[in-house]
Design a binder for this molecule. Structure first.
Ligand code: SF4
Length: 340
């Protein structure tokens, strides 16, 4: 099928002059040249350690941040990167973001009905208060909060973390989005309910043919729920493609490191299975290493890796990587170096 959302060469820099234009500018190079596509009815895992830029990517897609450069296409048409046009408002409705913290996302003084009736009134075409209530109840049933008649009058403090996350998901669904961006939606929840929320998102993805971007630091869990995987390191996208292939046969040295640090892929709900911090630090994004940002940690680094960022190499079947081990110019050099 055709992609619903496409990112082309997205880049994001944050100036660090504290708002003072006369101060020397230093810049956080948060995301460099991110390109990928999201498809209806498919989940894509965006994997990286904290500080890799994955949340910044999601926030650019949700248009909470303006990209510094690059293109976002929705159903094939480029979306304006600045301003508040009608097209941009329409886009924002179709691309919904679910946050990590279900406790921060609901206003404590309002009940569930209030939180869900606002988007329903804006987008649900309800003609009366009764119809609004009917649609809110239907939303609660879709996220498996039952009896819905009970949940509709509860306040956030009367809900568990998992129930709040279900409300946040229901609120996103209320505007009938085509893309759901979920930023580590289970990482702050009890281990025992993480799978339930994951399964809910997967069911909705199938039922509504949503394109789901699932941000996680846990590459091992990606194969369970995501058809596709994207791997980010220090603001650079380094590998992408079908999850099964990436997890069975990772090509980029960083992906290989991530997977070797996740020895037990069945521990989907355990914390920190990909805790690679012990094996090295993500470099600062204020003065990132030139070229491939992984080169200080890479066991295969070549001189060229310190000068240039490698072009994307297509490995077939939708699998690609950005690494000089696989580019035409340097693959033979790398092989002869390896055989010495
Ligand atoms: Fe290692 Fe070079 Fe590949 Fe970067 S481009 S991962 S430094 S071999």
């Amino acid at each position: 099928s055709r992609p619903v959302l496409e990112a082309e060469h997205l880049r994001k820099e944050f100036p660090l002059n504290g708002g003072n234009p006369f101060k020397a500018r230093s810049v956080v190079h948060a995301v460099e040249d991110a390109s990928f596509a999201l498809y209806p009815g498919q989940a894509t895992a965006l994997v990286g350690e904290s500080g890799s830029g994955k949340t910044t990517v999601a926030r650019m897609l949700a248009r909470l941040y303006d990209p510094t450069s690059g293109t976002i296409r929705f159903r094939g048409a480029p979306i304006s990167l600045k301003g508040g046009s009608a097209a941009l408002r329409e886009y924002r409705r179709h691309v919904q973001l679910i946050f990590q913290d279900p406790f921060g996302s609901l206003n404590p003084i309002h009940d569930v009905r209030y939180h869900l009736s606002r988007p329903v009134k804006l987008f649900g075409h309800a003609r009366s208060e009764e119809e609004v209530t009917e649609q809110v109840l239907a939303l609660l049933r879709r996220v498996s909060l039952s009896p819905a008649e009970q949940f509709i009058q509860k306040f956030p403090h009367q809900l568990s973390g998992g129930q709040r996350q279900r409300i946040a998901i229901a609120r996103a669904l209320a505007v009938q989005p085509e893309v759901l961006l979920a930023d580590e939606p289970v990482s702050m929840l009890d281990v025992s309910i993480r799978l339930d929320i994951l399964n809910l998102l997967l069911r909705l993805k199938d039922e509504e043919r949503l394109a789901l971007l699932f941000i996680t630091h846990d590459i091992a869990s990606a194969r369970y729920f995501a058809e596709n995987t994207l791997v980010m390191y220090a603001g650079q996208m380094v590998e992408g493609g079908p999850s099964e292939e990436i997890i069975q046969a990772p090509k980029h040295p960083y992906t290989q490191l991530l997977l070797s640090a996740a020895p037990d892929p069945d521990r989907i709900t355990s914390k920190g299975v990909t805790d690679v911090a012990a094996r090295g630090e993500i470099p600062s994004l204020i003065n990132p290493p030139q070229g491939c940002r992984f080169h200080p940690r890479c066991p295969h680094a070549m001189p060229i890796c310190k000068q240039q960022f490698p072009q994307r190499t297509d490995l077939g079947n939708g699998h690609w990587t950005n690494c000089f081990l696989y580019t035409k110019e340097t693959a033979s050099e790398a092989q002869s170096a390896a055989s010495k």
